[in-house]
Write a protein that binds this ligand. Structure first.
Ligand SMILES: Nc1ncnc2c1ncn2[C@@H]1O[C@H](COP(=O)(O)OP(=O)(O)OP(=O)(O)O)[C@@H](O)[C@H]1O
Length: 210
């Protein structure tokens, strides 16, 4: 799982410093809600934990390994192997099929398409969108797209699942379904959700307030 130590981040040298010496060890098998007022850095923390941004100060440990001196290539490889990321508003590529969207992270992790496709079909079937598997994200609802984004994050059985406002624009039924899938993911992984949603904060096992 991921731990952050003495973490601080600035987007630019004259910008505000976010976090200021944040220390936190996230718990495997648990769902942690990261919350706090708008602009406090919830999304930024997820990007740092997802190894997409490097901290300005402090360090990120993945399963006890300090990532500070990793090259960008090493960070990408570690991310592909260990982390599933659900971007805000699903952020699916509108030009690619749903099946391709779910298979893609497996290819980044060095798996073959033939290896990943059966699991991708299984995940999509669970969602009830299997009949649209060759369709594009524009042909399904926003709620279904968000659930496809969760399938994408689960395809490699990651050790860590990071989800940025996954219930942000969803109605109650879709929110419940997304949370059910993330909770199932927490069987084997730690799940960290950046959120304002009081229902999610209440439902999480742990809360980190920024
Ligand atoms: N790419 C960027 N360049 C410069 N500043 C940025 C960038 N992305 C975010 N910021 C700023 O960094 C701060 C933290 O942003 P972030 O999106 O992480 O906050 P948040 O807590 O997730 O907010 P929200 O709840 O509104 O989504 C904000 O002040 C934001 O304007």
């Amino acid at each position: 799982m991921i731990a952050v130590e003495a973490l601080a981040f600035q987007y630019s040298s004259d910008g505000d410093e976010l976090f200021r010496d944040l220390d936190h060890a996230f718990t495997p098998g648990k769902v942690t809600a990261v919350t706090g007022a708008s602009g406090r850095g919830k999304s930024t923390l997820l990007y740092i934990m997802g190894l997409m941004l490097r901290p300005t100060r402090g360090r990120v440990l993945v399963d006890g390994v300090d990532t500070t001196d990793h090259t960008d290539t090493e960070l990408s490889a570690l991310r592909a192997r260990t982390i599933g990321f659900v971007f805000q508003d699903a952020a699916l590529d509108p030009t690619r099929s749903l099946l391709d969207a779910v298979v893609e992270p497996a290819l980044y992790a060095g798996r073959g398409r033939a290896d990943a496709e059966p699991r991708a079909r299984e995940l999509l079937a669970e969602l009830g969108v299997a009949h649209r598997i060759d369709g594009r994200p524009g042909q399904i609802s926003g709620g279904q797209a968000q659930r496809v984004a969760v399938c994408r994050a689960l395809i490699n059985d990651p050790r860590v699942i990071l989800a940025d406002e996954p219930t942000g624009n969803l109605d109650q039924d879709n929110s419940r379904e997304v949370l059910r899938m993330l909770r199932a993911g927490a069987d084997r992984a730690g799940v960290v959700i950046a959120t304002h949603d009081p229902f999610v904060i209440d439902w999480a096992d742990e809360v980190l307030q920024l």
